[in-house]
Ligand binder design. Structure first.
Ligand code: MN
Length: 368
């Protein structure tokens, strides 16, 4: 989402909360419009009346239902104690609030017509469609802004009120990273914050950077608790990763619950962990195709030389024998008979599955 020059330099809005000693907090980040995951996760969490729910940014965009997610969170905040910080995908009030500017308007038009670069309709597009306004290169953007302003006052007010940082007696919540001196936008969008973070006096909870991207050889979406940095990173990659999940992180307990929408089954026979494995991921996914079958192809990861078989539908782009692949691993999960796993997909060579936030393969039988 395009930041304005003002947003690049403005200091972050910090909301300070006095929650009282010992309050239990559930932190959830990066819902990205995946409303069914949010509902599934909250059902699994079974929050108590006294628990505080804090959304750590990126409620919106990329997933199927940004408008529904926003309305659901607004409704939830009428029923229980809910707070949210703004993520780099959330500040859509700017669509209505900013003075007309040809460059900004060109961006909005590209976003609407291109369906958020292929992710699908985001918040503003959903609002316009709900109002029966057609989205096209020739559309009247001023009229579209007026329609959103007229019909979505409460939604826009909710977004306008979001701080960039929430600070309680004991914790800090910020979407990208805690860098107030660098301004609001940097706090919302700081990629790989854990690599540059400095220890802070209070424990800090962040989202934004999918956890799996912090690992090289394994696809691991579990929250990372870094005790040296006093930093917790919780983005399970829901929507962004095919096998991503939505995490809720609990304070002060430092425990978590993850939710993905996949069916579960029980492992019938134990299997050992693969001695070697690799995870080819977004941003480092250039491969050479070595051989091709109907269901799998053999690839060599260009940077590391690592070879593995990947399902053919994981090929994203190709040019001769050079290709890029969607996130994929050849990790064989260590499993015991009776373990419950999420089944991502079935292939002739076994199941792509997940156990406790880690993705991998299981080649045995499953039972309900
Ligand atoms: Mn983000």
């Amino acid at each position: 989402m395009k930041p304005t020059p003002l947003l690049m330099t403005a200091p972050p809005v910090i909301r300070r909360l006095r929650l009282g000693p010992g309050r239990r907090i559930a932190a959830i980040s990066d819902v990205h419009g995946q409303l069914d995951y949010l509902k599934g996760l909250l059902a699994k969490c079974a929050l108590g009346d006294g628990d505080v729910l804090i959304f750590v940014g990126d409620l919106l965009e990329k997933g199927p239902d940004s408008l529904g997610t926003l309305r659901y969170v607004m409704e939830l905040s009428r029923r229980r104690e809910v707070y949210a910080v703004c993520g780099n995908c959330d500040f859509w009030q700017n669509f209505c609030d900013l003075p007309d500017d040809p460059e900004q308007d060109a961006f909005y038009l590209r976003y609407l017509v291109g369906r958020n670069r292929g992710w699908g309709d985001g918040l503003i597009a959903q609002m316009l469609r709900e109002q029966g306004i057609a989205i096209s290169p020739a559309m009247d953007l001023a009229a579209a802004k007026a329609a959103v302003r007229d019909h979505y006052g409460p939604e826009l007010d909710f977004l306008r009120a979001l701080p960039h940082i929430i600070e309680t007696e004991d914790y800090v919540f910020v979407h990208g990273g805690y860098v107030p001196e660098k301004g609001a936008f940097a706090c919302m969008k700081l990629d790989r914050y854990r690599d540059v973070a400095k220890p802070h006096e209070k424990w800090t909870v962040v989202g934004h950077w999918p956890l799996v991207l912090y690992h090289e050889d394994i696809t691991d979406a579990r929250p990372i608790i870094d005790r040296d940095l006093k930093l917790v990173s919780i983005d399970g990659g829901c929507v962004l990763k095919d096998d991503g999940q939505l995490n809720a992180f609990f304070l002060p307990d430092m425990t978590w619950i993850g939710y993905d929408g996949f069916p579960t089954a029980r492992v019938k026979t134990a299997q050992a962990e693969s001695p070697r494995h690799w995870y080819i991921r977004h941003g480092d996914n250039a491969v050479k195709i070595l051989s091709e079958g109907e269901e799998f192809c053999r690839v060599r990861h260009l940077r590391t030389g690592y070879e593995m078989d990947v399902p053919v539908d994981h090929i994203l782009t190709r040019d001769g024998d050079r290709a890029t692949v969607n996130d994929v691993t050849d990790y064989r999960l260590p499993l015991e008979a009776g373990d419950r796993i999420s089944v991502v997909r079935k292939t002739s060579r076994g199941y792509m599955c997940k156990k406790d936030g880690i993705s991998g393969w299981y080649d045995g039988q499953l039972e309900d």
